[in-house]
Design a protein around this ligand. Structure first.
Ligand code: EPZ
Length: 417
């Protein structure tokens, strides 16, 4: 099992490029099942979760061709509208094929995604939305069986709480439903808008994507498209924190600054210099006088939960007390214990973590638990005195493309062992 070995104390300098967004690529890949015509997608990140999704789409019956970061998918016919447990247990976002399969094939059998390290992760809102569109849903032997033999029909759907993949799943189901669907209290993440742009290119009629109300007029069929997905704002944010924490001077390229407003605002309040130096470029310079700033995670455009762990690592180096509140998931502080083993002063009280700093971190042997917690351990290791070994880096490989090469390219002493 791969590990990272990192020697801390090097300020990062130079340019580091962002890849395409994993959380945009996953729904966009699922959307290719909605048409029998070819869909070509560019800037697909080469990470484990994408390989899992491509395997799933091939199992369903689509032809998949990969060349570099471009993927061409032709779902000529749906041979087996299924997402088996073996695949779903490794990647819960497999449930994103549920909506497209019911819409295209009239039925789907998708393993219930179990919980994961960060929480129970129910999919009740996906299922109730599909029922409102006319699907019959059974849960049996750990599988979701959905049927809509006569096709789906549009309906008004009000989400009890904001769900990113719930919004995406139901938007994909609704584009082939008869009549109008209105999604209220929809997720506003940039990845939702990116998916809608692909669907519209395929011939879907969607208005309001990116806002809380999405209006969809169903159409009989969708066609071919070619689409370049957006940059990964979480990867870009992780690199901005790395540049700040190490006291370096780092330019993050190929990113979308307007997707990072909440993080940039907090980092500037903390005393860090961040400026836009060109199209898709953000330059971050570390500061000696890093100040503690409270933060609460919220749905977009609020501070993203996927950057909470990275922000916590940053606050271990800040002067004062920072209260970090996690509003989205019920168990997303696993990184706190590992950071504490490296010398951080963090006290957990329910959904909030109290981070006192600055504390000098020392290298240690730590274990990654989930994708973003792992990223925070890499950040801590970059500033810790001595050597850190991070075990189970397959968690990182799920969502970060060549992270050790990218960081080494700007001076980090990091290697995979
Ligand atoms: C997406 O997960 C992302 N994954 C997550 O990124 C991200 O952390 C999350 O959105 C929040 O931004 C992908 O896009 C593939 P939710 P998702 O449905 O859609 C509750 C990463 O690190 N909920 O928006 O699964 C849920 O339990 C991953 O890249 C229900 O109660 O998250 C949570 O508390 C981690 N019922 C809240 O809503 C449902 O049916 C938000 O979850 C669905 C969700």
């Amino acid at each position: 099992m791969d590990k990272f070995v990192i020697k801390g104390g090097v300020a990062l300098h130079g340019e580091i490029a962002t890849s395409g967004a994993k959380n945009s690529a996953l729904p966009v890949l699922a959307a290719t099942l909605l048409t029998s015509e070819p869909v070509s997608l560019r800037r697909i990140p080469r990470v484990r979760d994408i390989r899992t999704m491509l395997k799933l789409i091939e199992n369903i019956g689509a032809r998949v061709e990969v060349s570099g970061d471009t993927v061409r998918i032709e779902a000529g016919e749906i041979v087996s509208p299924e997402a088996p447990y073996e695949l779903v247990k490794t990647m819960r976002a497999s449930s994103l094929v549920l909506g497209p399969l019911v819409a295209r094939a009239g039925r789907a059998r998708v393993s219930l995604p179990g919980g994961c390290a960060i929480g129970a992760r129910p999919v009740n809102l996906h299922l109730s939305g599909l029922e409102q569109l006319g699907a019959r849903i059974h849960q049996v032997h750990g599988y979701i069986e959905a049927e809509a033999p006569g096709g789906l029909r549009g309906a008004p759907i009000q989400f009890d709480r904001i769900t990113v993949t719930g919004t995406e799943d139901l938007m994909m189901a609704a584009v082939l439903a008869r009549g109008e669907t209105v999604l209220e209290n929809a997720a506003r993440e940039p990845e939702v808008l990116d998916l809608a742009e692909l669907l519209i290119q395929m011939g879907a009629k969607i208005e309001g994507a990116g806002s809380s109300t999405i209006r969809i007029q169903g159409v009989a069929r969708l066609g071919a498209a070619a689409h370049t997905i957006i940059s990964d704002r979480i990867e870009a944010g992780t690199f901005l924190v790395a540049g700040a924490m190490t006291g370096g001077d780092l330019t993050v390229t190929n990113c979308v600054p307007e997707h990072l407003g909440a993080l940039i605002g907090k980092m500037r309040q903390a005393g860090i210099g961040i400026e836009q130096t060109g199209t898709g470029e953000l330059r971050v310079r570390g500061t000696r006088a890093l100040r503690s700033v409270d933060m609460t995670t919220e749905e977009y455009p609020g501070f993203p939960t996927d950057l909470q762990a990275q922000y916590m690592a940053l606050m271990t180096q800040a002067e004062g007390i920072a209260i970090v509140k996690e509003n989205i998931f019920e168990n997303r502080f696993m990184h706190a214990q590992e950071l504490a083993r490296m010398g951080a002063n963090i006290r957990l009280e329910g959904r909030q973590a109290i981070v006192a700093g600055p504390r000098e971190l020392s290298g240690a042997q730590v274990i990654a638990s989930d994708l973003r917690a792992s990223a925070s351990l890499v950040l801590a290791a970059l500033v810790a005195r001595g050597e850190t070994t991070i075990d189970r880096v397959y968690h990182i490989d799920r969502g970060y493309e060549k992270i050790e090469e990218k960081l080494a390219g700007v001076g980090a002493q990091i290697r995979r062992a």
